[in-house]
Design a protein around this ligand. Sequence first.
Ligand code: ADP
Ligand code: ASP
Ligand code: MG
Length: 401
Amino acid sequence: MSLIVQKFGGSSVKDAERLRHVAGIITEYYDAGNDMVVVVSAQGKTTDELIAKAKEISDRPGGREMDMLMSTGEQISASLLVMVLNAMGYSAISLTGWQAGFLTDSNHTRSRIRHINKERLENELDKKNIVVVTGFQGINRYDDITTLGRGGSDTSAVALAAALGASRCQIYTDVDGVYTADPRLVENAVKLNEITYDEMLELASLGAKVLHNRSVEMAKKYNVQLEVLSSLERKPGTIVKEVVKMEKMLIKGVAKDDNVARISLVGLPDKPGIAFKVFSLLASRKINVDIILQSVGHDGTKDILFTIAESEKEAAAEALREIAPAIGIQNVTADSGISKVSIVGAGMESNPGVAAKMFEALGEANINIHMISTSEIKISVLIDKEMGSKAVLAIHDKFAI
Ligand code: ADP
Ligand code: ASP
Ligand code: MG
């Protein structure tokens, strides 16, 4: 007998019919003698709708109240799923994040899990209950509800699998695995049977929302083997693990991230310590900076351009405009309307020419590149947002993955 953690995303639990279908999957594993812990997301687009409600009231609602609001979505699916299981004659119980022992830090709307207090979970499992846990949430040390960032239910599931020593962690979703590109965008995307943690982490961080990036980070750290599979069709999915069979594929996937904003600081003094002042200010506001570009200095000044998440654009621009006079920044501009398109694959490390091939694809499609950033296993470019989908298709085609 072993413990299995299963996670079902929003579209997999969107209505009574889907909930019944999901209950069928869970009970099949339960009947085979496994202990079951199930993590659910909010139904369908519930989280988006909750956020829209808040935006009707305020442009910048406080994080604590946003968490209070957003966490309700998962509570609806968990209770309904347990009602379905009960109606089928199974004993099951729903637990909210705090009841399931999730302790997080206090960064509202993007908290990190610090610890899982397993006592209640283990008691319920001892009673042979199917335990259904609300994804995406916990409490901080002040007993306030926190959430883990959009898509965070995947991370709740992996954290539970790690804490409870589960034998399997299955992430059920609306596609049947991880593909070489978003299958909704690229018709001839190919399903991967396996992918390494490192490659999956890059893809997830670069915009392939099929897995929350922190869930992959945590799976790697605690060696939790993940399986991404369809909640609709019964077929093998994609396994995410440390080492995979060698394949000839040069790159594993193309990802697109539209949640990108660019900040341009024009006319900074060209002297030591300026970059430190700018980026330490952003760090103190907990704003993550992604790609940074600095111009060659001229006439005693230089320009710095960098990208951040679109959602942090206003906060970053405001903070920088406040300190602009003190540092001597002549102009701060913040613009949206850009996408980051990336290729990922361990194969590129030992193959020169991968970058050239990517740029060739973009050139042929007449797409202009604004910024470039590379690491051992990925290359990213910033381009105009309206070109984003065209770029993904052109690059995917060029590599004929
Ligand atoms: P869930 O609600 O189950 O968490 P998500 O919407 O968060 O599901 O993630 C699944 C979606 O991720 C798919 O519907 C697909 O459009 C998108 N996606 C983006 N990139 C990829 C990829 N490389 N492989 C598979 N799906 C991807
Ligand atoms: N319901 C949350 C969201 O939509 C968490 C999740 O689905 O993983 O972001
Ligand atoms: Mg998701």
